[in-house]
Design a protein around this ligand. Structure first.
Ligand SMILES: Cc1ncc(COP(=O)(O)O)c(C=O)c1O
Length: 463
């Protein structure tokens, strides 16, 4: 019998989530013990709200190579990658050596060490911007970018894309992951606070636009002449699945903003090293005024960077803008970043990731095709996701149409099948590290096959 179009029933999906949730709980008894104990001293029994997920947080023991191990002793192929940090995998020998060597010679002086120069030179080479500074998190990098755009232009307003996440400082906690009933008109999205505690006055300084819509940006710039300092965006959106820019969108933004005396900042905190050695700048050749980096740059240690044009970074150099921080350029983080950039994320590593990316795409696409599932695969270098819709997603409104239960079911099936992914699955899926191999990818693809089988029902597609 030829494969039939899969009628995904609500009941099949709900039932799958229920049985997989039971299985999850059965496997995570020790995590629950940790949560019970932690509840008395850690708010929400976790160290970040993102770790509090349904059914509950997974507490980790250790990682090695492409694998992580939870406190219950379960092994996973780690495609979570710590939200995009672990591009080098776990305990990579080059990072262990660099950090081990540094740790014995002192880890903090609040003065620069030579590794900072090597890292800055490498970032200049990869991203095409001459001058750099370091911080400790993606949030700090995008905060400095917004401040710098304001300092350089003497203007207060910024433009932000609906559905982009740039960390948790005030100016960017607007329309991050708003619900469908909050978003307002598609061409003039509402400003939706991302959390409580953000002053209305600051939210009022943010104009929200849809991704891939140059006209919306032009309209804001024309309606607010000489008021907009600049625009910040993820040049490939990666906090609402993966959404690629239309051809010409990024260069069009640069032209538009510059024509109105405003600046452009790329938040490459997620894309930075994962989509290629020089991030989206390297892929597209569009070099903005400012680039923000973090996550994968530190090889598992917390660090971040902001790079800019000579004109903008002169404001940092001469103190007109105070880019500061006790831990900026921390020697331990710089040693790890130096090893990450010069020894690990080298051309061979990117070639390996590309081979695994192809294997992943082919494997999942074969499952989708054989069962005629209304889904498709989207990738950008080491990052990828299954979009649970047949048609392309071009902006956040399209993303909202995805049934979140499919992401949840996928996440649970992967988890119980030995693949660790970011909880709950709708916003973000996989990161391939330099230490993954074919068997890791095949484990992932097999789990997608199982998901397809469960949702397709008996008789649909081939096994
Ligand atoms: C695109 C982007 N920018 C900024 C951030 C904030 O980074 P951090 O969590 O290190 O502050 C994130 C975090 O996920 C991110 O995805």
């Amino acid at each position: 019998m030829s494969s039939t179009v899969v009628p995904r029933t609500d009941e099949a999906l709900d039932e799958l989530i229920e049985t997989q949730t039971e299985e999850f709980r059965r496997r995570q008894a020790r995590s629950r013990d940790h949560i019970d104990r932690a509840a008395a001293s850690l708010a929400g029994a976790a160290t970040s709200n993102w770790q509090i997920a349904e059914p509950h947080a997974v507490w980790m023991s250790h990682g090695a190579g492409s694998k992580v191990y939870d406190v219950d002793g379960n092994e996973y192929s780690d495609f979570h990658g710590g939200y995009g940090v672990s591009l080098v995998g776990h305990a990579h020998p080059a990072i262990v050596a660099a950090v081990g060597e540094r740790v014995r010679r002192g880890t903090h002086f609040a003065q620069p060490t030579q590794d900072a120069i090597v890292v800055a030179e490498e970032l200049s080479r990869r991203f095409g911007l001459p001058l750099w500074r370091f911080g400790n998190s993606g949030t700090e990098a995008t905060m400095d970018a917004v401040h710098l755009m304001r300092a350089a232009t003497g203007r207060d307003r910024i433009i932000k894309v609906e559905g982009c996440y740039h960390g948790h400082h005030d100016s960017v906690q607007v329309s991050v992951l708003p619900d469908a009933d909050e978003v307002g008109p598609a061409d003039r999205p509402n400003r939706v606070p991302g959390t409580n505690g953000i002053p209305a006055a600051i939210i009022g300084l943010v104009d929200v636009v849809p991704f891939n819509d140059l006209d919306a940006v032009q309209r804001v710039l024309e309606e607010r002449p000489d008021e907009v300092a600049g625009m910040i965006l993820e040049p490939i959106m990666m906090n609402a699945g993966i959404i690629h820019p239309d051809p010409g969108y990024l260069s069009g933004l640069a032209d538009l903003l510059h024509a109105h005396g405003a600046l452009l900042a790329f938040d490459e905190v997620k894309t930075g090293f994962t989509v290629g050695p020089g991030g989206v700048c390297g892929l597209t050749g569009v070099v903005p005024d400012l680039v923000c980096l973090a996550k994968a740059m530190g090889g598992g240690l917390s660090t971040s960077a902001i790079g800019g044009t000579s004109r903008l970074m002169e404001l940092v150099a001469n103190g007109e803008y105070e880019q500061v921080g006790t831990f900026n350029g921390n020697p331990l983080a710089m040693a790890a970043a130096r090893a990450t950039l010069t020894e690990v994320l080298v051309p061979d590593a990117y070639a390996r990731i590309e081979r695994l990316r192809n294997r992943m795409v082919e494997g999942i696409t074969a499952v989708i095709d054989s069962r005629e599932l209304p889904w498709h695969v989207v990738t950008a270098g080491a990052k990828g996701c299954i979009t649970f819709l047949p048609e392309p997603v071009r902006n956040y409104r399209d993303f909202l149409r995805i049934d979140g239960r499919l992401g949840q079911a996928h996440w649970l099936v992967q988890h119980n099948g030995g693949v660790f992914l970011p909880p709950w699955g709708k916003v973000e899926q996989w990161l391939i590290s330099v230490q993954h191999d074919d068997a890791d990818v095949d484990r992932f693809v097999d789990n997608v096959g199982r998901l397809g089988h469960e949702l397709a029902g008996a008789g649909a597609g081939s096994d």
